[in-house]
Design a protein around this ligand. Structure first.
Ligand code: ADP
Length: 238
């Protein structure tokens, strides 16, 4: 009907504006981030008394960055569709660690990398990074008294989606009882009260599913949680 047409045109227009604004925020944000790094490097040892301030700025930059990625994703999902040039998941993990470094530095969390990836996956790096940030932040939050965060990649010849890349994000945190695990991928499900949005895992699942992959979680209360992502490999890519 005409009414539906008008509504969908309006939504498209809102999407365009949102995407435009998000892009316009990204550029100055990159300049702020770059200069912050320069200032901190330049100060060297003298940056130390300001470490709280630096972390605070870094945290807020990251918060804007995450918000902008979410906005872009909802405004222009087609731009984030799979590309077939392929992504090296090990590389994305290396690129993602600095993004959570500021939360890590406050805690006694050890990182264990177990990257045995040979192969490229059919999901662009930005999207994989968004998924990894969600999982890593959750893992870190589940280990307030410290622990080990393990990130692993390996190629599997046989899985429920056929030949695939398996990405593992494992923590030794507080874990969850089964009735919680069953609900964690539901939109807006959170146990973090006002601190959580409950969107991280539902968005992650959507991203992975759009690329033809699967994401699942296993958890043991008091011991920790393991997330497994299976993603299709790009055929014939090195
Ligand atoms: P949010 O982190 O905003 O609550 P998520 O969708 O990312 O939203 O997670 C939903 C819920 O799943 C969390 O509130 C938490 O209860 C649970 N959860 C997710 N990851 C973990 C984890 N690594 N360990 C324990 N609980 C987790």
């Amino acid at each position: 009907t005409t009414r539906q047409l008008i509504v969908s045109e309006k939504l498209a227009a809102i999407g365009e504006i949102t995407a435009g604004v998000a892009h316009e925020i990204n550029n100055p944000l990159a300049v702020i981030q770059g200069n912050l790094d320069v200032v901190r490097d330049d100060l060297g040892a003298r940056a130390k008394p300001l470490s709280t301030e630096f972390s605070l700025i870094q945290e807020q930059i990251q918060a804007i960055h995450v918000l902008v990625s979410k906005l872009l994703r909802f405004a222009r999902p087609e731009e984030y569709a799979d590309d077939d040039t392929g992504t090296d998941p090990g590389q994305v993990i290396h690129d993602t660690l600095p993004l959570v470094q500021h939360i890590l530095s406050k805690s006694e969390i050890r990182i264990e990398l177990n990257l045995r990836s040979a192969g490229q996956i059919a999901l662009n790096g930005t999207e994989l990074q968004q998924v990894l940030v969600n999982l890593m932040v959750n893992a870190i939050q589940a280990m307030p008294d410290g622990g080990t965060l393990t990130l692993g990649t390996e190629r599997v010849e046989e899985s429920e989606i056929g030949q695939a890349m398996r990405i593992i994000v494992r923590d030794t945190g507080h874990g969850m009882p089964p009735e919680i695990v069953n609900r964690i991928f539901d939109p807006f499900f959170t146990t973090k009260r006002s601190l959580g949005t409950g969107l991280g895992l539902s968005i992650s699942r959507k991203i992975v599913a759009q690329a033809g992959g699967r994401i699942s979680a296993e958890s043991v209360e008091g011991r920790g949680t393991t997330f497994e992502i299976l993603l299709p490999l790009v055929p014939n890519a090195v």
